[in-house]
Design a protein around this ligand. Sequence first.
Ligand code: FEO
Length: 169
Amino acid sequence: MDKKVSQLLNDQINKELYSAYLYLDMANFYSAKGLDGFANWYEIQAKEEQDHAMLMYRYLHNNNQTVTLEAVAKPDKTFAELSDPLKAAYEHEQYVTSLIGAIYAAAQEAHDYRTIQFLDWFVKEQGEEEKNASDLITKMELFGGDAKGLYMLNSELGARVYSAPSLVL
Ligand code: FEO
């Protein structure tokens, strides 16, 4: 495998684990506020990010690449308003989309068609992640300002259940 593509995928493992940690911190914020549904949403989000890291980890191993695990950074966002994590999550997903795009471009440059195919799942996943994050901001703006609306939204997010990724390596 091309050295640059391999290195970028290795770096992305760390970024996905950081994403998991960041989402766990968002769950932590909502738990402390008594919003268990919002906390559930972000706990599941954190699990999905761990899945993303593991998919890349396995992909590199399946392709005889060395994986080097680095320190995971401390979640660095501070939240005050209830909508702050929602906005931070959307921005973060846009950033992750740009990272996936950069690996994709490197794989294209290296004519690494196997990695391109592997990354196709992530490109689609990022579209879903961005849409979910943006929809949540809209719902919060529409309904979150009133206690009853916030209660309903919390219940809706509490109903989310984890499902393992559909990508099989
Ligand atoms: Fe691993 Fe939320 O993208």
